[in-house]
Design a protein around this ligand. Structure first.
Ligand SMILES: N[C@@H](Cc1ccc(O)cc1)C(=O)O
Length: 427
């Protein structure tokens, strides 16, 4: 497998420095991608970078995943229109741990010569004094050179300006490349297309300081065909952390991609071979409603990020909501998962004590909660057979429900028709 060819046919390659392919074709190369701990989880936007590292390793090269304990303290101005707030050291520490354990899941750290390696730039920056830094690093790069970068130009021309701190960022990242080149023979840095400037400051530093040769490769920013931002929903970012974005929501995110986006995402976010992808596409084009592409994409990526068991649960969750899985399924979920499943569904809190003696269903649905706007409407629909509690049709408007009906000792699930769900939480 040829790494650059692979990125190319998958539509991932953005820019590549001359000579990069030659060096990669000569044998095993060490290369790296850096991740700053700006949050305690990576989100789907970082997945393209992770996939690059996976391809890199599958092609026989040695991947380094760098976490930016130091750069995270500075803040990368690339692609940012305004100065950001500094993160506190506590937050950084917490974020770092989260990101580290996520990255560990994707690469093979035990594959002999090309085993993946994790590094933290704080390790080489913590004892680097300011004076040493400006003498050993700053002296090699002119301010003119630094100012020509898009990340700097945009801010100088705009009206927000830029602190010396963020201005320095490219030198810090540049020194990382130098350090890894010098100490780990790492000759290639990769990243999203917004990283080109920072990466090239590194190759420049390597050239000026040690007359060394190093290379750069960037990947496409992930776009959506409709022009909106990738990786966001109304509920915010789609995170890799199951606590922040439940595997069910994660799965749904991919399942809901448009046909056009699914064609590009399946190349970027899965390892499926070209033939498999093309046959899935043909299948989809012949019968778009089957959504075979979205399903294959959502399945593969959910398993890669959350594992097989969580994927099965995500499937069962959608069957629970839209198909024929009974209420018992909720017993398999913890509180966070139940709430995740019903996210976006109207929910009501009632007093546990109100259920103690048994509560008439019309009162439950029209006065203790607002599932129905009036008792009359509740009665009418119950009599028409169109309502259910815990997925069982409410037989009569005289029925009542008690604590015994609570799922996990806490929840009642009401349905108006098949698709309108309401979650009732007894506390
Ligand atoms: N600047 C990169 C992260 C990074 C940090 C340090 C590096 O050496 C390399 C990359 C980003 O914001 O995505």
């Amino acid at each position: 497998m040829n790494f650059v060819e692979e990125l190319r046919w998958r539509g991932m390659l953005h820019d590549i420095m001359p000579g990069t392919e030659d060096i990669l074709n000569k044998g095993m190369v060490s290369g790296y991608i850096g991740f700053d701990p700006t949050a305690d989880s990576l989100h789907v936007g970082s997945l393209a970078q992770i996939m690059s590292l996976i391809h890199f390793q599958r092609a026989g090269h040695k991947p380094f995943a760098l976490i930016g304990g130091a750069t995270g303290m500075v803040g990368d101005p690339s692609g940012k229109s305004a100065e950001r707030n500094l993160l506190s050291e506590d937050t950084l520490q917490h974020n770092l741990q989260g990101i580290k354990s996520q990255l560990e899941r994707f690469l093979d750290f035990d594959s002999g010569a090309n085993s993946a390696q994790m590094v933290n730039n704080y390790d080489w920056f913590k004892d680097f004094t300011f004076l040493n830094f400006i003498r050993d690093v700053g002296k090699h790069i002119t301010v003119n050179y630094m100012m020509a970068k898009d990340s700097v130009k945009n801010r100088i021309n705009g009206d927000t300006g830029m602190s010396f701190t963020e201005f320095t960022y490219q030198l810090v990242q540049g020194y990382d490349f130098y350090y890894l080149w010098k100490n780990h023979n790492c000759v290639l840095q990769m990243g999203g297309s917004d990283q080109w400037g920072n990466i090239v400051t590194g190759t420049e530093l390597i050239r000026r300081k040690d007359a060394g040769e190093a290379y750069a490769l960037t990947t496409q920013l992930i776009k959506k065909a409709d022009g909106t931002k990738f990786g966001k929903t109304e509920g915010g970012n789609i995170w890799l952390d199951a606590e922040k974005t439940s595997p069910y929501k994660f799965y749904q995110f991919w399942l809901n991609t448009s046909d056009e986006d699914a064609k590009s995402y399946i190349r970027i976010f899965t390892l499926f071979e070209k033939e498999i992808i093309e046959s899935l596409e043909a299948e989809q084009d012949a019968a778009p409603h089957t959504r075979v592409l979205q399903k294959a994409l959502a399945k593969d990526i959910t398993i890669r990020v959350h594992g097989e068991a969580e994927y099965e649960k995500a499937i069962k969750s959608s069957e629970f909501l839209f198909g024929n899985i009974g209420i018992e399924f909720l017993n398999e979920l913890n509180d966070a998962e139940v709430l995740g499943l019903f996210e976006g569904v109207p929910n009501f809190t009632i007093k546990l004590s109100d259920l103690q003696a048994g509560l008439n269903v019309v009162d439950l649905l029209a006065s203790h909660t607002a599932v129905f706007p009036s008792k009359g409407e509740a009665k009418k629909m119950i009599q028409g057979g169109g309502t259910a509690i815990n997925k069982v049709k409410i037989a009569s408007a005289d029925d009542s429900y008690s604590v015994d009906a609570l799922i996990n000792g806490k929840y009642l699930v009401a349905q108006k028709g098949k698709k309108n769900y309401f979650l009732i939480i007894a506390e």
